[in-house]
Design a protein around this ligand. Structure first.
Ligand code: FEH
Ligand code: ZN
Ligand code: ZN
Length: 354
């Protein structure tokens, strides 16, 4: 109990209990936080394509131990805290920085758990990724350092921003785009449409969006893309022409063979290829090869707690907004299926209290 905000003894949770099997809703015990732990009542939890990768993983493909509760995009309210959990107060509304690392290395100490030095040794990647996450009524967060205040920001915005906002923010943060530069966003879905908003809010670049779905291109245009186009045999040539010789940056939120090939064909010399999507596509890096001279290739992963604070600040200032489709926790199976079929506009968000 923190300041009169209490927690029940049982709470619903979407549990992964067997590899390759659909997750199931179950009532689980609500844990009492000890030490630095903080108990958060979940108000919203986003659904990510990575959740599908977890559901589809073959036994042994991931180091995670079953069972665990899914959900790595979480926002809610602090309801209890351990005796060593400082800096949290009764009823704080928070977003959860989801990539939990070892908590001891230099990266984790800096809030950069996404690049934890001991990542390869851990049996988890974060909340809902081998540890109990937030597709549930409550989530136990290991340390207050993973909590970012959200003030009066809606949880249905804050939750998806912890990944669909943070990941593109971290990807864009590494780019230098001057006036007149062109940035191509491949994949205008849950992350891509936020990337377009960030490129428009933080850089002077002209933004080109590519997606196979007409509805995604409409969202891309509403998000601020200067030009939208569906991929075809001449897309690279069209983009090279319309960017005046190539793009300074390509952000690939799909990461498949065709999208990587398109990205390589659109970059101008000394451009940046930023591969965010986990589509498993391959691109041969060779000299000479398909990439122009001077190109940098990066594989950014999620983002830091400091960057999440910056994303939340942008959203609270009205400069960033995630397109969401809400579902009650009990409709999680339908939401997952629609995501799998490409029928979610923006980000699907589960609302445990609805
Ligand atoms: C999480 C875990 C593993 C791979 C990728 C992800 C992303 O959803 C995080 O942005
Ligand atoms: Zn994710
Ligand atoms: Zn670490």
């Amino acid at each position: 109990m923190v300041g009169g905000v209490s927690a029940p003894r049982k709470s619903p949770a979407l549990r992964l209990t067997a590899w390759g099997r659909p997750p199931s809703l179950a009532d689980v015990d609500v844990p009492d936080p000890g030490g630095t732990e903080v108990l958060v009542r979940v108000e919203a939890a986003g659904i990510c394509h990575s959740d599908l990768h977890v559901l589809d993983a073959a036994p042994g493909a991931l180091p995670y131990r079953l069972p665990f509760t899914l959900g790595h995009e979480i926002a809610g309210q602090v309801v209890a805290a351990g005796s060593a959990a400082t800096g949290v107060a009764d009823g704080d509304r928070v977003a959860v920085h989801g990539p939990w690392g070892c908590g001891e290395c230099r990266r984790c100490a800096a809030g950069e758990d996404n690049y934890c030095h001991r990542r390869a040794e851990l049996a988890f990647s974060g909340a809902g990724l081998g540890r109990d996450g937030g597709m549930a009524g409550h989530v136990l967060v290991p340390h207050p350092r993973h909590l970012v205040p959200i003030g009066d920001l809606a949880a249905s915005q804050a939750a998806p921003l912890t990944d669909a906002g943070l990941t593109p923010y971290h990807a864009v943060a590494g780019l230098t785009l001057a006036e007149g530069a062109a940035a191509v966003v491949i994949g205008a879905g849950g992350l891509g449409h936020v990337a377009i908003q960030l490129l428009r809010a933080l850089t002077p670049a002209r933004v080109f969006a590519v997606d196979v779905r007409e509805e995604a291109l409409e969202l891309a245009a509403r998000s601020g893309a200067h030009r939208t186009l569906r991929p075809g045999p001449d897309t690279a040539a069209v983009l090279r022409r319309e960017t005046g010789g190539g793009a300074e940056a390509v952000l690939d939120f799909v990461g498949s063979d065709p999208t990587l090939s398109l990205g390589a064909g659109v970059l101008r010399p000394a451009g940046s290829l930023v591969i965010v999507g986990s589509g498993g596509g391959k691109l041969t890096i060779a000299k000479p090869g398909v990439l122009p001279p001077g190109v940098s290739v990066s594989l950014p992963f999620w983002g830091s707690a400091r960057e999440l604070r910056e994303v939340i600040a942008l959203a609270r200032a009205g400069r960033l907004r995630v397109e969401t489709e809400p579902f009650p926790l009990t409709a999680a199976a339908d939401a997952f299926q629609r995501l799998r079929e490409g029928r979610i506009r923006g980000r699907a968000v589960l609302l445990p209290g609805s």
